[in-house]
Write a protein that binds this ligand. Sequence first.
Ligand SMILES: *Cc1c(COP(=O)(O)O)cnc(C)c1O
Length: 455
Amino acid sequence: MQAPANPSPLPSLDALLRSPEAAVLLERFGRHATNAALRATLAARRAARAFPASATTLLDEAADTLARQFTASQRPVFNLTGTVLHTNLGRAPLPPEAAAAAAEALRSATTLEFDLATGRRGERDDHVAPLLCRITGAEAATVVNNNAAAVLLVLNTFALGRQVPVSRGELIEIGGAFRIPDIMARAGAVLREVGTTNRTHARDYQAAIGPETALLMRVHPSNYAIAGFTAVVATAELAGIAHAAGLPLVEDLGSGSLVDLAAWGLPHEPTPHESLAAGADLVTFSGDKLLGGPQAGLVVGHAELIKRINANPMKRALRLDKARLAALEHVLRLYLDPDRLRDRLPVLRLLTRPDTEIRATADRLLPRLRDAFPDRPVAVEPCRSQIGSGALPVDLLPSAALTIGGNALESLAVTLRALPRPVIGRIATGRLWLDCRCLEPDEEPVFLAQLPAHG
Ligand SMILES: *Cc1c(COP(=O)(O)O)cnc(C)c1O
């Protein structure tokens, strides 16, 4: 039999749309997206001259495209990197009730800026400021989008067009674009570098103070440590120097733990209470680092100064939304009951998890992981977790990991990232490491259920 003179190498869009497979796609993704995906599939085939192709093949391709389009881009993952506060993975996991409070606020009208007692306008910061004052001992508090915003706003409020002396040992860069000299410039302040990288003395600050000085600033070098022949001016002494010159002292604490972590056997990290007690007039810190809450920037200190910050028009541009305020309020309230804080605050629970318990998790998962990757050596090995997000950079926490060896570790990592709830590990010393610190027992079933079945 002879072929028709000009056979159409691809089915028509109409023919594809009439098929039963297309009906499934139409039902699931709607007419608009399904049409567009089928059209794009046909066009791509035509452009690449990749034909003939059956209707089934084309519909499968369109189904893949549609599935990708309709999968959320931001998804929950298993953070088995060994870094608890992982900035790229969203930092602190919230307590479920705090997340629920945020979701509820998003769904409904709330008392965001409404005073129920008087029926009049209220202040959004009033949901969290009194809690922050109570916890840190501050006179007043305000909150913004993140700590970078807090630093920007403080500098812009008090040092616009004026000088701010900062030690050369504190000119930090936090991952991404947060660099003290750049923030200073964008805030309109003039950075005046003092001292040297490893040693800065009281006299260096004193020599830098002049009529153009707006405030003194101390930055917690959170993601590195200077060791050896060093000298820093303690907060109390620096406060004395600032106050003698009639200037406020601002301290950027970075992580700013609200509790003394040493009480849980962790290395000490400076707290806002300590900074304020030592004489700092304003202290800024993050909401989603050691505090364990949502992304936020917190400023605590003198009422007079906080009032001026709130009067800066930039405050409006940097303010928090109702969802994060709801979550932050919930998390801060947990601090009123320190005895149960460890059980209720995931960050603290994860950071203080005993390595014996983490090892038990790894041991429980080991047989199924061996099953899933029968051609690779799988083992449980001791490892060290990091706190992350610039907190306590040199202190590592003893932990336990599942390790998977063999060749082509990058493709193994790809397989794990392609799971329904992607698993993110770390490749080092010829193995893929899955640090089990952040895999809590209640999530083990989810982790196991999605592993590839035997082989
Ligand atoms: C993390 C950090 C910041 C930035 O805080 P974000 O909440 O990420 O904006 C600023 N300063 C210091 C010292 C930090 O550690």
